[in-house]
Design a protein around this ligand. Structure first.
Ligand SMILES: *Cc1c(COP(=O)(O)O)cnc(C)c1O
Length: 379
């Protein structure tokens, strides 16, 4: 018998991606801001109801654009959850900001809004919530605190596209939000991202920063008769080849999200009793949140059990992975004054979390195998 092996993630063609890629070539425009980029912009603006969506080369670059647009200066402080990807923090540290790490809630693993206000100082220039696993943060509380202190909120919505908090789409709460279309996300073009702009005052400068600090976007719209260097900037626009691929995925939103919901619910139903019996926690989704079906994870009792569990699955051909390490204890985090015990919930969760295989053509049969293999683990 050959052992069937189940990836943690792999790319999946769900619709007309390759057809659109050839169409981009036939259009004779494969650099940035071609026909498919415009289709993606229109799709995101319409589906999310945001005033402006701009594709970027990745989510990291969308976050870098936010830091530029917020005019983050050396010495400014930004508050973000300790349990997130390095790009959430790096984008601001690149501008000289000092990161202030907030611990997370033990249930949703999102920034703990009850710890937020104590971290705000006169130097705080942004709060960056991350909707972990596509489950919305407590945005009412976060925005109320932020508004009272006059601090802008920008969302890292890499996991949360099409998720909702109290009926409102994630990515529409902050003055801006970032999306990721990396291979591991729900919708992908390999490497890609988007900046969503909710506060219109950032739109014009965002277009300039994304286009090497020039007013080229205005030139193409016929609003100025030549384009020139007007501000700092970089090149944050993806090739139209990638936009073509991405549009092929975005237009299959229903199919992708319905499939992912099925995957998530099958894990939940298949593992709930086993989890209760063994002291394992499953993801928690508050009743007022509609999640984005990005990820399914388990929280095992301790680090040793988690490591043995991942090994147990791997030996049987099932690839499950851990996730973020606490940022405050990373080499960089320690340089910024991080100390053991500084964010106890993150420290505990990071040791115990394991993510299960999750991709857009994961079959029920393969998922059954994953669930059966999980249940054979000896605690
Ligand atoms: C994936 C991810 C990013 C970075 O996305 P890229 O598109 O790879 O730059 C940023 N933040 C979070 C929370 C992510 O999960």
């Amino acid at each position: 018998m050959t052992l069937r092996s189940i990836d943690f993630n792999h790319p999946v063609l769900v619709g007309r991606e390759l057809e659109y890629v050839s169409e981009a070539f036939r259009n004779g425009h494969i650099s940035g801001d071609g026909a498919f980029t415009k289709k993606c912009h229109a799709y995101l603006e319409q589906a999310l109801g945001v005033p402006k969506a701009l594709l970027t080369t990745n989510c990291t670059h969308a976050l870098e654009m936010m830091a530029l647009l917020l005019d983050i200066q050396p010495g400014d402080e930004i508050i973000l959850p300790d349990f997130t990807f390095v790009s959430t923090v790096n984008a601001f540290v690149l501008r000289g900001a000092k990161p202030v790490f907030a611990d997370i809630r033990h249930d949703t693993l999102n920034l703990d809004e009850t710890k937020l206000e104590a971290l705000i100082t006169p130097k705080t220039k942004a709060i960056v919530p991350v909707h972990y696993a596509g489950v919305g943060c407590e945005m009412d509380v976060i925005l109320e605190i932020a508004n009272r202190h006059g601090v802008p909120v920008v969302e890292d919505n890499a996991h949360g596209l099409f998720g909702k908090y109290k009926g409102k789409l994630l990515g529409t709460f902050g003055v801006m939000a970032s999306q990721s279309f990396h291979e591991t996300k729900n919708f992908s073009c390999g490497e890609g991202g988007a900046l969503l702009i909710n506060d219109e005052k950032y739109i014009e400068r965002a277009e300039i920063i994304r286009e090497k600090g020039t007013n080229r976007s205005r030139f193409f719209r016929g609003q100025v008769d030549k384009y020139t260097w007007v501000d700092v900037g970089s090149s944050y626009l993806p090739s139209d080849v990638l936009a073509a691929f991405l549009f092929g995925q975005l237009e299959m939103r229903e199919k992708i999200q319905t499939h992912r919901q099925r995957v998530w619910e099958m894990y939940q139903t298949g593992l709930v009793d086993w989890a209760r019996e063994h002291g394992v926690s499953l993801p928690f989704v508050p009743a007022h949140v509609e999640q984005a079906w990005h990820m399914f994870y388990l929280l095992l009792p301790d680090l040793d059990t988690r490591q043995r569990f991942i090994q147990h699955l791997r030996e049987r051909g099932v690839y499950a992975v851990f996730h973020y390490l606490p940022l405050h204890l990373s080499d960089m985090g320690l340089n910024f004054g991080g100390q053991p015990g500084g964010c106890p919930v993150t420290e505990s969760v990071s040791d115990r979390l394991v993510r299960l295989p999750f991709y857009n053509d994961l079959t029920s049969a393969d998922q059954e195998l994953v669930i059966d293999t999980i249940k054979k683990f000896v605690f």
